[in-house]
Ligand binder design. Structure first.
Ligand SMILES: [Zn+2]
Length: 174
């Protein structure tokens, strides 16, 4: 999995200071959620944070530093680091969301395959190691070769805003 060790990933990892707040906690359980915002305002904030869908125990969010277009992550609301910390209902829900993500990405991006996985611990490639998150990304035949040729340049023809607009309705409608 060479593509896990790419220049832009390094830039991302080194930009997170050890004492900085957890991005998954900030996106999943933002302070505004406790206040009297309207559903519309909360939706607007979710859009800004690229939160695609909120389930009961976990949520779906776009990766801000995607390997490919349509790179999604599923994370629990709770700040937990590993599978051992997850309850059975949480594991079940995350897998259901993974199923929906697979269906959505298949329909929208017509990929040849998927990577679905967890990076647990820094040495395994986790950018945020204390808050479990499941990556789901569409893959196309030859995209790894393409990336290695391109080197330091990240070529993503689609902006995160467009990805959000494509995927968000798919999740909301189910
Ligand atoms: Zn967290």
């Amino acid at each position: 999995m060479d593509y896990l060790f790419t220049p832009w990933r390094y830039q991302y990892i080194s930009s997170i200071k050890p004492d900085s707040a957890c991005i998954f906690c900030l996106a999943g359980s933002p302070p505004e959620a406790q206040q009297n915002f309207s559903a519309e305002q909360l939706q607007k904030l979710d859009e800004e944070r690229h939160v695609i869908f909120r389930a009961r125990l976990s949520f779906v969010i776009l990766n801000r530093y995607p390997y490919t277009n349509g790179h999604l992550m599923i994370a629990p609301f709770q700040h937990i680091p590993d599978l051992a910390s997850c309850s059975a209902p949480l594991l079940g829900e995350m897998m259901e969301l993974a199923q929906r993500a697979e269906a959505a990405l298949k329909e929208i991006y017509k990929p040849d395959g998927f990577n679905v996985g967890l990076n647990l611990g820094k040495c395994a490639g986790a950018g945020v190691e204390d808050h479990l998150h499941l990556h789901i990304l569409p893959r196309w035949a030859g995209d790894t070769n393409f990336l290695s040729v391109v080197g330091e340049t990240r070529l993503l023809p689609e902006s995160l805003e467009i990805t959000y607009q494509k995927l968000q309705p798919f999740f909301q409608s189910k």
